[in-house]
Design a protein around this ligand. Structure first.
Ligand code: GLY
Length: 422
């Protein structure tokens, strides 16, 4: 019997999840809350605050959905999965105690070390003098991270010690991140390219997805400020699914075992941010959800039933739940509002989405959009994620950029080097 699914969240990742679930043979209908104009074209949307556990559980029970798929981290850390389970609703995503792997960077480091997973050195502290001493110990470039969730702004990488001390004082003395920054993690800087590896977890077993390459900086050549991600591509040469299989035993299974031992078994998507150092891969961070915009590149490559895999992870075992993959390349280019990742206007009219979508192999995922009197307008920093799929990565790349050329809104900006030279 096909299932009814509810996706929580309203960004580009959630549009891609809704799109892939709608194509899954095991799924009858996909609703979203709060959703966006993209998810609204695939199923009903409900204006519910995804971070309100009681409201989400009430909605899921009222709709009689079989499975809730949680997109962003904030609802997970707020305990939405705990509330759903308490009402007998299956959910794809970790309970709050396990989502701490993203909600607390100090906890994540503790788990990595206890699981003997490879990572860099780190000191977690709420004391300014200890933080200063850790900066001296690790040397430049200095990495200062707020322990808690800080809307993507909690990580500072500084070349000068004076700047790093300012970052410490901003958090510990001036309280710019509130309680999220009342503890810091001072880390050793890891040199090498960053990779994103996603594991669908059922508590003990993992099913890895095809890795993707993310582009975090705002400008070409990895210049400018850190963003949520300005583009992605998959497959990554030298870092394919077959080539990362060893990470199951090196990273994922030991971490799942450690979390289970701590009474926080992990069901959901575990995202490992890794750095390929000269001495092998090292963990930079964990996230408790799919990456954005990597998901918009990875999911169109699935040639199988994502809905069944997520159901198995939430309610059973992923041990035999391998997905098939299209042997094609996917390139995703993000169109962002002028000013992003700083302040930016919203309500700016958007044109050309239909013309972009009409190109072969192109999907346009809505990230920060809304409708005003029927008109599509901007509603966020990252506005649209444009994905193109083709047998040849150069064609996919050219097609993704051709599609973004069709889309116009005042102040729109994109990087022009996504998947260049792959
Ligand atoms: N693209 C980075 C992230 O989702 O955290």
């Amino acid at each position: 019997m096909a299932r009814n699914v509810l996706v929580l969240g309203g960004g580009g990742r959630e549009h891609a999840l809704t799109w892939a679930l709608a194509r899954s043979p095991s799924v009858a209908q996909v609703a979203s809350a709060p959703g966006n104009p993209g998810t609204a074209s695939l199923g009903p949307t409900y204006p519910v605050d995804a971070t309100d556990p009681a409201a989400v559980a009430e909605l899921a029970v009222r709709l009689g959905v079989d499975l809730v798929v949680v997109g962003p981290e904030a609802p997970l850390v707020a305990g939405v999965v705990d509330a759903l389970q308490a009402r007998g609703v299956a959910a794809f995503g970790p309970v709050a105690a396990a989502a701490r792997i993203e909600g607390s960077k100090a906890f994540a480091k503790e788990v990595m070390e206890a699981a003997a997973a490879p990572t860099g050195g780190a000191v977690a502290t709420g004391d300014r003098d200890q933080a200063y001493a850790a900066l001296e110990r690790f040397g430049p470039p200095y990495v200062v991270k707020a322990d808690g969730l800080a809307a993507g702004k909690g990580v500072r990488i500084c070349t000068e010690v004076a700047e790093a001390r300012e970052a410490v004082d901003d958090a510990l003395v001036r309280g710019v991140f509130g309680t999220a920054g009342s503890r810091l993690v001072i880390e050793e800087f890891l040199h090498g390219p960053e990779r994103s590896v996603f594991a669908v977890c059922d508590g003990t077993e993992v099913a890895l997805l095809e890795p993707a390459q993310d582009y975090k900086r705002a400008l070409d050549g990895d210049a400018g400020l850190n963003t949520g991600g300005m583009g992605a591509y998959t497959p990554v040469p030298g870092f394919s699914l077959a080539e990362v299989a060893h990470l199951e035993d090196l990273v994922f299974r030991p971490v799942l075992e450690e979390l289970a031992d701590r009474g926080a078994p992990y069901r959901g998507l575990l995202y490992a941010g890794l750095v390929e150092t000269t001495t092998g891969p090292k963990l930079l961070e964990f996230n408790a959800r799919f990456g954005d915009p990597e998901t918009q590149a990875i999911l169109p490559r699935i040639d199988g039933d994502l809905g069944e895999l997520l159901w198995q992870a939430a309610t059973g075992s992923v041990a035999d739940a391998a997905l098939a993959w299209r042997q094609q390349a996917a390139v995703t280019v993000v169109l962002a509002s002028g000013g992003y990742p700083g302040s930016y206007p919203t309500g700016v009219p958007i044109d050309g989405v239909d013309a972009a979508t009409a190109l072969p192999g192109v999907e346009v995922f809505h990230a920060g959009t809304r409708r005003e009197e029927g008109r599509l307008v901007t509603a966020g920093g990252r506005v649209l994620a444009v994905t193109a799929l083709d047998d040849d990565v150069d064609v996919a790349r050219a097609r993704a950029y051709e599609a973004t050329d069709h889309i116009r809104f005042r102040g729109a900006h994109r990087r022009s080097d996504i998947a260049a030279g792959v």
